[in-house]
Design a protein around this ligand. Structure first.
Ligand code: HEC
Ligand code: HEC
Length: 293
């Protein structure tokens, strides 16, 4: 805070405090008693007593002023005066973090040393992990981890990058970036229609046979390197299985064509900077447990 604003706040606060003391003192006693201890005003035959303010009220008021002055000495409030107690929001936050680390440190260390498959059987650990999931992952993957358009379902045992404990942990730690190239400018509109018909038919659905036959050839040429000859996908590229009726971006003819035309690049953010290794271990166990129980 600049010295000007600091002084501004101090002066205004002081004037205000002195002001309320003055108002209090000025109204402590009655001033203009008319005859019969009334104010002398009369409205429609109703008169008003001019009694002093009750003592308990004055005392309460004085107490709040004393409290206020004490507070401004103890805590930051008067401009850049830090307060004699040295309290800051950052200190308080740090103290709470330290306290939590002390309290949960051993618990986490114990969980961390437990293999993921075993940890997934521990209901207490999984309850904690579920809360971590709600705080860090649900935003994208949904509270029930069932995903949505562009965000994979983590409960269906169908994986882009593999569902072993190590693969899941690698995904969460380092993140993943998918690179599905756009094909519109490579194979042209007709090519997109042919290949889409082929991909459509891979899921046991009826598509134009002539288109699909042409598409099959092009698929081997352009797509098999990532999605595999049979279209079953490849964890190394995060290339989805195109034969299982599970779709990240939708499996209608139009949606497949759109994916081919424009490409896709889903990004799972790396969490190694955001979460401790202990927490990532617990989250891996949680995600693993969702499709292995
Ligand atoms: C900003 C959104 C976002 C957040 C936050 C996020 N994810 Fe993801 N996650 C994604 C996207 C998008 C993908 C798919 C990437 C792709 O298309 O290849 C993904 C992929 C994954 C996968 C791989 C799924 C598979 O089929 O292989 C796992 C596991 C995963 N996320 C777990 C988590 C966990 C656990 C958290 C919380 C710590 C989390 N994610 C937080 C967006 C997010
Ligand atoms: C360089 C590797 C690579 C090549 C080549 C490639 N893909 Fe992909 N494809 C991917 C990746 C990675 C994804 C996942 C994108 C994401 O998660 O955002 C994907 C996603 C898709 C999807 C979306 C699946 C879903 O679940 O919604 C379709 C459909 C698809 N590819 C079809 C094809 C076709 C057809 C070709 C050939 C013309 C092709 N891909 C070529 C890597 C590739």
């Amino acid at each position: 805070m600049s010295p000007f604003w600091s002084a501004w706040i101090i002066i205004l606060t002081t004037i205000f405090l002195i002001g309320i003391c003055w108002v209090l003192m000025a109204n402590r006693k009655t001033q203009n008693r008319g005859p019969d201890a009334t104010t002398g005003h009369e409205y429609d035959g109703i008169v008003e007593y001019d009694n002093p303010m009750p003592l308990w009220w004055i005392q309460g008021f004085v107490a709040t002023i004393i409290f206020g002055v004490g507070y401004l000495i103890a805590y930051p409030g008067m401009g850049s005066w830090p307060g004699v107690l040295g309290w800051t929001a950052v200190n308080q936050w740090q103290a709470e973090v330290d306290e939590a680390a002390k309290r949960y440190g051993d618990v986490f260390a114990g969980y961390s040393a437990t293999p993921i498959e075993e940890l997934a059987q521990d209901p207490k650990a999984m309850r904690m992990a579920q809360r971590m999931f709600a705080n860090n992952c649900a935003l994208c993957h949904g509270a029930d981890a069932a995903g949505g358009y562009g965000f994979p379902n983590l409960t269906d045992n169908d994986w882009l990058y593999g569902g072993s404990p190590e693969q899941i942990k690698t995904t969460i730690t380092h993140g993943r970036t998918a690179a599905m190239p756009q094909w519109g400018n490579v194979v042209g509109d007709q090519g997109v229609r042919e290949i889409s018909a082929y991909v459509y038919s891979l899921n046991g659905r009826e598509a134009d046979a002539a288109l699909a036959a042409e598409g099959g050839k092009k698929f081997q040429m352009f797509c098999a390197s990532c999605h595999g000859k049979d279209g079953k996908g490849n964890y190394a590229f995060g290339a989805p299985n195109l034969t299982d009726q599970v779709w990240l971006y939708g499996g209608s003819m139009g949606q497949i064509q759109h994916t081919l035309q424009n490409g896709r690049s889903g990004r799972m953010p790396a969490h190694q900077e955001l979460l401790s290794a202990d927490k990532i271990h617990m989250l891996s166990a949680y995600v693993w447990s969702l499709s292995n129980q």
